[in-house]
Design a protein around this ligand. Structure first.
Ligand SMILES: [Zn+2]
Length: 108
C-alpha cells in the first residue's frame, strides 16, 4: 500500500501506476467504512488529509488517461468525509530511493 506522491506520476511504470490506483480504491473504502488496514502508515498519513488523497487520485487518473488506461475515479462515498485539508502530508520514508531499489520500469 503506497502512494507515490513524491514522484512525478509520468515517471511511474505501469505496475506502480496501476498498483497505486488499486490501493487508493481500497484505502477509500477503508477510510469511509473504518475497515482494513487502519494502522498502515499510508492510512495514518492520509486519514486527516482526505482532500489531498482525493486530489492525488485525480492526478493519477489524469496520467492514466494520457497513457490510454481507463481508471475509474474514486467512489462517490469518499466525498461523505468532510475534509478540506489539501496539504500533502509528509511521506513516511524516502519514496525516490525506495522506487530506485525496485526492479521495474519506473523512470526514476
Ligand atoms: Zn515501477
Amino acid at each position: 500500500m503506497r502512494i507515490w506522491d513524491q514522484v512525478d506520476f509520468s515517471k511511474l511504470c505501469k505496475s506502480h501506476l496501476t498498483g497505486m490506483h488499486r490501493e487508493m480504491l481500497s484505502m477509500a473504502k477503508c477510510f469511509v467504512y473504518g475497515t482494513g488496514y487502519q494502522n498502515h502508515p499510508e492510512m495514518v498519513r492520509f486519514r486527516n488529509n482526505i482532500s489531498a488523497f482525493i486530489k492525488t487520485h485525480v492526478y493519477l487518473v489524469k496520467e492514466a488517461n494520457k497513457r490510454g488506461y481507463n481508471f475509474k475515479n474514486l467512489p462517490a462515498y469518499i466525498y461523505t468525509i468532510q475534509d478540506f485539508n489539501f496539504n500533502m502530508p509528509n511521506p513516511w520514508d524516502d519514496q525516490l530511493n525506495k522506487l530506485k531499489s525496485k526492479n521495474c520500469n519506473c523512470q526514476i
